[in-house]
Design a protein around this ligand. Structure first.
Ligand SMILES: NC(=O)C1=CN([C@@H]2O[C@H](COP(=O)(O)OP(=O)(O)OC[C@H]3O[C@@H](n4cnc5c(N)ncnc54)[C@H](OP(=O)(O)O)[C@@H]3O)[C@@H](O)[C@H]2O)C=CC1
Ligand SMILES: O=C(O)C1=N[C@H](C(=O)O)C[C@H](O)C1
Length: 315
């Protein structure tokens, strides 16, 4: 395995022009800061979120580890994938233990990011914990109770959240605060939740599930199974208003509608996202935050994105 550390650390044009405007001493401080940041391994760079996040790592001027765990088919068929001009070698499930030992020795300040699939996230989390590697888990679905229990039992550091977008996390926090401040405020009202995503999304939105938990506390009985998953193009474009270019490229349109018994009062909470960038940038913030907590030997080991936002750690 060869180190592509220097190439991966090359700052983006934007970061370079921003740093050029700073006094020399501050510029030096920025370079030291980037060199002291974590080296980040993104699993899997073959997926939509993994690829967008790996690009955000490079944009942030951090070290992108040029290896990525992926499914067997991609590893064998493709071999490597380019991220902002950096070739990233794909490692299939069979070879991952051997690979991670070498990667750990080459990048001691390693933080992993997981954007894979609901069907593999529990196994991946155990793998990260067994290897004592701090990780950010953006993948939704899977067995969430088991995920949290496994991480707690391992004493490993992790940030786990169904949504990494700062503005959406702020909305989630607001809903949770509203539930705490005004429990039962919607008693007797009805709830309808619709979430629209690209057709390849296999699970119900993890963000919608989290927001429903807050709405439950406000007196609205509703289950995860009640959430309407919109996955047909006609409905996405016609009813939800998704711009056509984002239908398959990746979108997340959520509407939570609360209606009084006689229909005279309607509240609608909505968050619509086109593309992946907002999550990718937030994921990098989470990785930097987690690395800082590891370095400080923080007592708390398990975090969510509300913790990251509350710590003022999102750029
Ligand atoms: N927290 C957040 O803010 C956000 C979370 N998400 C979540 O991220 C997840 C991924 O979404 P998205 O990128 O769109 O999905 P994709 O289907 O585009 O990507 C999933 C990737 O996982 C890879 N994979 C499969 N098996 C493994 C394995 N054993 N180890 C490592 N990688 C594997 C697949 O590779 P292969 O083809 O080889 O199987 C594929 O490249 C979803 O759960 C989604 O809900 C999405 C957006 C934001
Ligand atoms: O798969 C996606 O696209 C998204 N997944 C997350 C979820 O399940 O809530 C976050 C966002 O909705 C995009």
């Amino acid at each position: 395995m060869s180190s592509l550390c220097a190439a991966a650390r090359a700052p983006s044009a934007l970061a370079a022009s921003a740093s050029a405007r700073l006094p020399r001493a501050s510029r030096r401080a920025m370079v030291v800061c980037a060199a002291q940041g974590p080296a980040i391994m993104v699993n899997s760079c073959t997926g939509k979120m993994g690829h967008a996040t790996a690009e955000a790592v490079v944009r942030a001027g951090l070290t992108l580890v040029p290896y990525s765990l992926t499914g067997e088919s991609e590893a064998v068929a493709v071999g490597n994938v380019g991220v902002s001009g950096i070739p990233v070698e794909l490692v299939g499930p069979e070879k991952r233990q051997q690979a991670i030992e070498k990667i750990k020795s080459e990048y001691p300040d390693l933080v992993l990011i997981d954007y894979t699939l609901p069907s593999v996230l529990n196994g991946n989390a155990l793998f990260y914990c067994d290897n004592k590697l701090p990780f950010v888990m953006g993948t939704t679905g899977g067995d969430r109770d088991k995920l949290l229990a496994d991480v707690k039992a391992s004493g490993n550091y992790a940030v786990i959240a169904p949504n990494m977008g700062k503005q959406i996390v702020a909305f989630q926090t607001m809903m949770e605060l509203m539930a705490e401040q005004f429990p039962g405020c919607f008693t007797g009202y009805k709830l309808h939740v619709a979430e629209s995503h690209q057709r390849t999304k296999v699970d119900t939105s993890g963000t919608a599930k989290a927001v429903v938990k807050s709405l439950n506390k406000m007196g609205l009985p509703y289950t995860e199974e009640d959430i309407e998953k919109v996955r047909t193009v006609d409905e996405q474009v016609g009813r939800m208003g998704v711009p056509e270019q984002w239908v398959d490229a990746g979108h997340a349109f959520h509407t939570y509608t609360v209606t009084s018994p006689d229909g005279s009062v309607v509240l609608e909470f909505k968050h619509n996202v086109c593309g992946r960038e907002v999550y990718a940038e937030g994921t990098v913030d989470a990785a930097i935050f987690l690395h800082r907590q590891v370095k400080a030997g923080a007592e708390q080991r398990l975090y969510n994105m509300i913790d990251v936002l509350s710590a003022g750690a999102m750029r």
